[in-house]
Design a protein around this ligand. Structure first.
Ligand code: ADP
Length: 943
């Protein structure tokens, strides 16, 4: 295969396709090109200054490399219509680079420019630029596509993309061959198929080289690699149907192509073999029978004429009569010459002929041989008469019958053309049975001496072309030859038996193709029909298989959207059918449970709606998620507006905010009185909502209107304050007199006992009145002094004071203090009183066990907790415990003395200190009273 560093740049032109389909393809290509430029216009817009420079450089490189560094396949070794394309080794490189660096649009244009050069200077096919552009488009698309998945990431590799694009582009090269070939569809199809097939290795090699070069470049300079975020779902990823088609259709296509290939190749081979056999047989018939017969017949006829004694007669007339009679009856010779031994002309048949009675130089040369005694008979080479007719002359010696002495010479001129009946039958026989062929005879000089076309007679002929291997078993030799006009022929030559002549039979390759079409035509049509049928069947089967799955997917989508009403209907007992049935069951179950949940929710809502307690619920971010009608009423809000907003925005209430923001333990309730703007008071208890894993997911508060209770309380306070104040002086007065009774005279034992009892009663009453007055004072805030005090000292003192009482009841009194505690601001005497009351109560209401006093720091508070293992308090009582005079009436506590004011004082004191007092208790297990006091006091209350 010859190699050129640079192809020819002379004589650029395009030939137009002879087939009308060519224009159809041309317009199709134009549309595709326009579409590509439009679809990937972004690639061009993105180019920028440097990009345009690069693009132009690559286009120029493509133009140059398309006509340089190329192999040119020799013309004899293949049958190609209309011309075999070259193999420019590097032509694909600029296109691939453009695809990698600039995108599919620029790659298509760069390829188009290269294709223009190849079309103009090499194949002259007008479709060529477009076909090469398709390669550019494919390679650009493959390298720049951003589909996810391993397959598509492999396809982005330049080597893979280039090879695949070359293969795909090759399938359309076929049509180029097709539209430039003449003949019936099937004939041209087979012919173009053979041509395109011959071009396949070249196309792939070109793709391979370009791929290798660019892949290596990208490996060396990874920065050049296009950055592609492969996130898009591949086109087949959307449905099972498409996925199956994506893999099955190419398989079918490849299968069909392979079948077409096999049928075509086989048909062409069989047709070639058959044609060769037929040709060889025709040629053999000529070379071994007809032509030897022609020569033998000529010689024998002349001998027969020469043997007649009349020719040796002395009389001119006798000789002439004989000559004319024999000449006419044999009809083989156009002229007969009778000469004597001295070569003087005696008689001529016919007497007058256009050529005249002169002998040709070839005849004279033959005569010399015969008279010299070298031979008795002779044959000349074929030669032209002055009239232009080709003839051959036979020469025979006349002999004396008795002695065998030479008596003269007879020359017979036989026509090599149609006028000779024997020759005529040879010439017809030379036209092979395989129509369209042509046969002729070549003599020892290499001149054509028998040919249907008279003009070619005596023109030289030499054997050329490549010998076909199949001719080994046949008598002659078979060659294949393509002439300069591009026409290919099969040529068979065979030596004529016993003569230095050669019979040549030529058959145009078209005959082979026609035969191939006859052989493969029905097969191809059948194959085409079967392809259609199989494809349709597969499409049908796939859609049939995937339809139930589609139904399932749709149904599950509906369920996911929350619509549980539509029934899932998939028939059949196979896997999909069972899946469908399971799905339907699942849907029904789900629907039932949803309905149950809905009913439950309705019930809960009804309960929440009808309760008179206000209920508020917030989520973990502190946004309101529920407010029942009682809460709406209490806070004057509308649930629809308030829900989903942050609580502080939805309801402006300081106490409420505290309730929902104050830190609290998991099971700890936060209790708060919430005063409303209209003067009402709610008693609120809030708790943290925890999920199964113990994580806090929000808070719920239940609030009860205690306004009426509050009013009663206030009235009671007022009444008590007045009464106790008024009772105090008489009591002091009474105690004074009672104490003085013994000074007024001796008392009997009984009297002394009564006096003591009166004093004890008065003391108890005074205590009560003191408590009452204390409460009044604390509530009024009289004489309170805020100063730093050490909580640990204070608690320790109380424990020391009360230890005796505890031990008397066999109770353990424990103290739990952290190593350090910050001082807090407060009235030390009051705080001490409050804690004292709590510990005192714990001792009073704990029959056995222990009492623990703890102080801990929590945020900005110190919390004093007094826990006991005592009798505990029922939840109903816990709410009212801190009210004045509230004492729990139980049989086992009836004998424990108390005023019912201890906890009320605790509450008043803590409130004074802006603190909080609450209780956690379980009946029969014990109680814990907490006292939370802020470490700092606002300036205002310090004074
Ligand atoms: P009292 O002077 O009756 O103790 P308090 O106001 O101190 O009045 O207490 C009110 C009621 O609370 C008591 O009557 C008692 O029933 C209950 N109580 C107080 N502390 C405890 C406790 N540690 N264990 C059980 N019940 C208690």
């Amino acid at each position: 295969m010859p190699y050129y560093w640079m192809g020819s740049w002379k004589d650029p032109y395009f030939t137009l396709p002879p087939r009308t389909e060519g224009y159809l393809f041309l317009s199709l290509h134009l549309i595709i090109l326009a579409f590509v430029l439009y679809r990937w216009r972004e690639d061009f817009r993105r180019l920028g200054g440097r990009g345009i420079f690069l693009f132009l450089g690559l286009a120029l490189a493509a133009a140059l490399l398309s006509n340089a560094c190329k192999f040119h396949p020799a013309s004899e070794d293949a049958v190609l219509v209309p011309a075999r394309p070259d193999l420019p080794l590097l032509a694909g490189v600029p296109t691939l680079l453009a695809a990698s660096l600039l995108g599919a649009g620029p790659a298509t244009l760069v390829a188009f420019v290269g294709g223009m050069v190849r079309g103009l200077f090499e194949s002259h096919l007008i479709l060529r630029p477009f076909e090469i552009a398709v390669f550019g488009l494919l390679v650009g698309f493959l390298i720049r596509q951003d589909y996810a998945g391993r397959l598509f990431s492999t396809l982005r590799q330049p080597l893979v993309a280039s090879l695949l694009a070359a293969l795909l582009a090759w399938t359309i090269f076929f049509w180029s061959f097709y539209v430039y070939a003449a003949g019936s569809f099937l004939y041209v199809y087979i012919d173009s198929f053979a041509a395109a097939l011959g071009y396949l290795p070249f196309t792939l090699l070109e793709g391979l080289i370009a791929g290798l070069v660019v892949q290596t470049l990208l490996l060396l300079f990874p920065k050049l690699k296009p950055v592609i975020e492969a996130r898009r779902t591949p086109p087949y990823g959307y449905s099972l149907n498409r996925r199956l088609l994506f893999f099955v259709l190419p398989l079918i296509l490849a299968f069909i192509l392979a079948l077409f290939y096999v049928v075509n190749v086989q048909a062409i081979r069989v047709a070639t073999d058959q044609t060769i056999v037929q040709m060889a047989r025709d040629a053999q018939n000529m070379a071994e029978e007809r032509i030897p017969f022609f020569l033998l017949y000529g010689q024998a006829t002349l001998q027969g004429v020469a043997r007649n004694q009349d020719l040796q007669s002395e009389s001119y007339q006798v000789r002439q009569d004989r000559l004319e009679k024999d000449g006419r009856s044999s009809a083989f010779f156009r002229q007969l010459f009778l000469l004597d031994n001295n070569l003087a002309l005696l008689n001529v048949y016919p007497e007058s002929s256009p050529e005249g009675p002169s002998l040709s130089s070839e005849e004279v040369a033959g005569l010399v041989k015969v008279t010299g005694g070298e031979a008795t008979s002779q044959r000349t080479l074929a030669y032209r008469l002055p009239t232009g007719d080709l003839v051959i002359s036979f020469i025979e010696r006349l002999e004396d019958e008795a002695t065998g002495e030479p008596r003269g010479i007879l020359v017979g001129r036989a026509d090599m053309g149609e006028s000779n009946p024997t020759m005529r039958s040879i010439l017809t026989g030379l036209q092979p049975a395989t129509g369209g062929g042509l046969g002729f005879v070549v003599d020892e000089r290499g001149y054509i001496i028998a040919h249907p076309d008279q003009r070619l007679l005596l023109s030289p002929w030499t054997a050329e072309g490549s010998r076909l291997p199949s001719s080994d078993s046949l008598p002659g030799e078979v060659y294949q030859h393509t002439d300069k006009g591009g026409e290919t022929r099969l040529i068979c030559h065979i030596r004529v038996l016993g003569q230095p002549w050669t019979v040549v039979i030529m058959v145009p390759y078209q005959v082979v193709m026609d035969l191939a079409v006859k052989i493969s035509g029905p097969l191809l049509i059948l194959l085409g029909l079967m392809t259609l049928a199989v494809t349709a069947l597969i499409l049908l089967v796939i859609s049939h298989l995937t339809r139930p799955l589609q139904v399932l997917a749709e149904a599950s989508g509906q369920i996911a959207r929350g619509d549980l009403t539509a029934q899932v209907r998939v028939d059949g007992e196979d896997e999909v059918g069972r899946l469908g049935a399971a799905f339907e069951q699942m849907r029904v179950r789900l629907k039932e449970s949803f309905e149950a949940i809905e009913r439950e929710r309705g019930r809960l809502k009804a309960i929440l709606d009808s309760t008179t307690d206000a209920i508020l619920v917030t989520d973990s971010r502190g946004h309101l998620i529920l407010a029942n009608p009682a809460a709406e009423h209490a806070f004057g809000i509308r649930a629809t507006d308030a829900v989903t907003r942050p609580l502080a925005q939805a309801i402006a209430n300081e106490h409420l905010e505290q309730l929902f923001t104050r830190p609290a333990g998991n099971r700890e309730a936060i209790v708060e009185e919430v005063s409303l703007s209209d003067g009402r008071t709610l008693y609120a208890s809030a708790a943290t909502i925890t999920d199964g894993d113990g994580r806090a997911t929000g808070r719920v508060a239940v609030m009860r209107d205690i306004t009426a209770l509050k009013e009663v309380d206030a009235m009671k306070d007022e009444f008590v304050a007045t009464v106790s104040h008024d009772l105090r002086s008489p009591l002091t007065f009474m105690r004074g007199y009672v104490a003085m009774i013994p000074t007024a005279g001796d008392l009997s034992g009984k009297q002394r006992e009564f006096v003591d009892k009166i004093i004890k009663g008065i003391d108890q009453m005074s205590e009560l009145i003191d408590d009452l007055l204390d409460i009044g004072r604390i509530e009024a805030g009289v004489g309170i002094e805020m100063a730093p005090c050490e909580m640990s000292n204070l608690v320790r003192m109380i424990v020391v004071e009360l230890r005796g009482r505890a031990e008397a009841k066999d109770l353990k009194l424990q103290l739990g203090l952290p190593p350090t505690l910050p001082p807090i601001i407060g009235d030390e005497a009051l705080i001490k009183r409050a804690v004292y009351n709590l510990v005192d109560n714990a001792i009073k209401y704990t029959p056995e066990g222990s009492i623990t006093v703890r102080v801990r720091e929590r945020d900005s508070y110190l919390v004093v907790s007094v826990s006991d293992t005592g009798i505990g308090i029922a939840p109903a009582d816990q709410m009212r415990l801190f009210e004045k005079f509230y004492r729990i009436k139980r049989r086992d506590t009836i004998r424990i003395k108390g005023t019912g004011l201890g906890l009320a004082i605790v509450k008043s004191i803590t409130e004074r200190h802006n603190g909080k007092a609450w209780v956690e208790s379980k009946l029969g297990e014990g109680s814990t009273f907490h006292l939370a006091l802020p470490k700092e006091q606002p300036e205002r209350s310090r004074r």
